[in-house]
Design a protein around this ligand. Structure first.
Ligand code: PMV
Length: 344
């Protein structure tokens, strides 16, 4: 049988109200909903997947490096298995994925990578998925990836069903809803995380008392964030983002043993943003499972946000508008694997 290939590109998303904690590990079902903005092409990831009966095992390459350990492969293999099950095909796969900006790999990279892999796998296997189906397939790879299925702003619905069919992302507002919105992304550190998000959030759910309080606060934060997005209320949205990031990192510190992703550079950025905001909120910081800051702001304050990151010693800075959902690329030159199965 001939090989079947498809290629897709997807953008990372940055959570404004964050996901941290699962209620089902295998199906990647969250303890609570979350809200995000999809970033633009500056940080996109391209993924080609090839399915073939000639392959003896699944092979996954990210930015030129082959993933080896079960832990590294876990996300991609869970998603490939789910796609194969839907398509009722048992073919092994070779996956080649490249980030536009490899140095940004640690920043929401898994969201872009696993959303692109879901879109490419569905295309290659001939699965006809609507946005909900693609969001669920993305989620199986990496929870946060389910939000990259939409451009603009998205909400990941917690859902209640044990089979996860009601836990997927929906769009809050499209890519062109808020033209002045910007995310200023600083790459302070691109090395591997000390505690992977999967292990870290498991530990927080199991041991943090503060986390129980976080779950009580989240429905209101999600409601308020959606309202602020729809009204383009920057002051409210940036305050919600900062409070939510601080709240999530507080539950990490309350985890036993504690998890600390923020470093001195992160803290310097936090203080500087509050200094900038002393006469009214112009920007809001947010941190995922790492020290790299993202500053949400408006176009007119981008120079001030960039200065904050530069003054904190950060050299790699990307300014992103709101971006789009995944795209399928189908010309020969777009594929990262050639028609014989070799990596280009
Ligand atoms: O889906 P994962 O395993 O990449 O989870 C990441 C969770 C955070 O980035 C910390 C927050 C979020 O909602 O994206």
């Amino acid at each position: 049988m001939a090989i079947i290939r498809a290629t897709a590109e997807a953008n990372p998303n940055m959570a404004i109200v964050k996901y941290w904690g699962k209620r089902d590990e295998a199906l990647v079902l969250p303890q609570a909903g979350s809200v995000s903005v999809t970033l633009d092409d500056a940080l996109k990831t391209r993924t080609t997947v090839m399915f073939s009966d000639k392959l003896a095992e699944d092979e996954v390459w990210i930015n030129g490096k082959r993933l080896q350990t079960p832990e590294e492969l876990e996300k991609a293999l869970a998603q490939l298995d789910s796609a194969r099950e839907l398509a009722k095909k048992r073919l092994r796969a070779k996956v080649v994925s490249r980030a536009n900006t490899p140095v940004a790999g640690g920043l929401a990279g898994s969201a872009a990578g696993l959303c692109a892999l879901a879109a490419a796998s569905a295309e290659a296997l001939g699965l006809v998925l609507d946005a909900k189906g693609l969001s669920i397939l993305s989620r199986i790879g990496s929870g946060s990836a389910c939000r990259s299925v939409f451009g603009g702003f998205a909400e990941w619905l917690r859902g209640n069903k044990p089979d996860g069919t009601d836990s997927y992302a929906v769009q809050i507002a499209g890519e062109s809803h808020w033209p002045a919105f910007r995310a200023v992304v600083g790459i302070a550190e691109s090395s591997e995380k000390k505690v992977k998000s999967r292990a870290g959030m498991r530990q927080t759910v199991a041991t943090s008392e503060l986390y129980k309080m976080r779950l009580e606060l989240l429905p209101q934060a999600i409601h308020d964030a959606k309202k602020a997005i729809l009204e383009r209320n920057a002051e409210n949205l940036f305050e919600i983002a900062m409070r939510d990031s601080n709240n999530m990192h507080a539950t990490m510190l309350d985890t036993w043993p504690p998890i600390m992703y923020l470093n001195d550079t992160s803290r310097e950025v936090i203080y500087a943003v509050h200094e900038l905001n002393k006469d009214g909120i112009k920007a809001g910081y947010s941190f995922d499972a790492g020290p790299n800051p993202v500053i949400f702001t408006l176009e007119k304050y981008v120079p001030a946000a960039e200065k904050i990151l530069k003054d904190a010693g950060i050299k790699k800075i990307f300014v992103s508008k709101t971006g789009s959902g995944p795209k399928i690329l189908s010309t020969e030159k777009d594929h990262l694997i050639d028609d014989k199965g070799a990596t280009k």
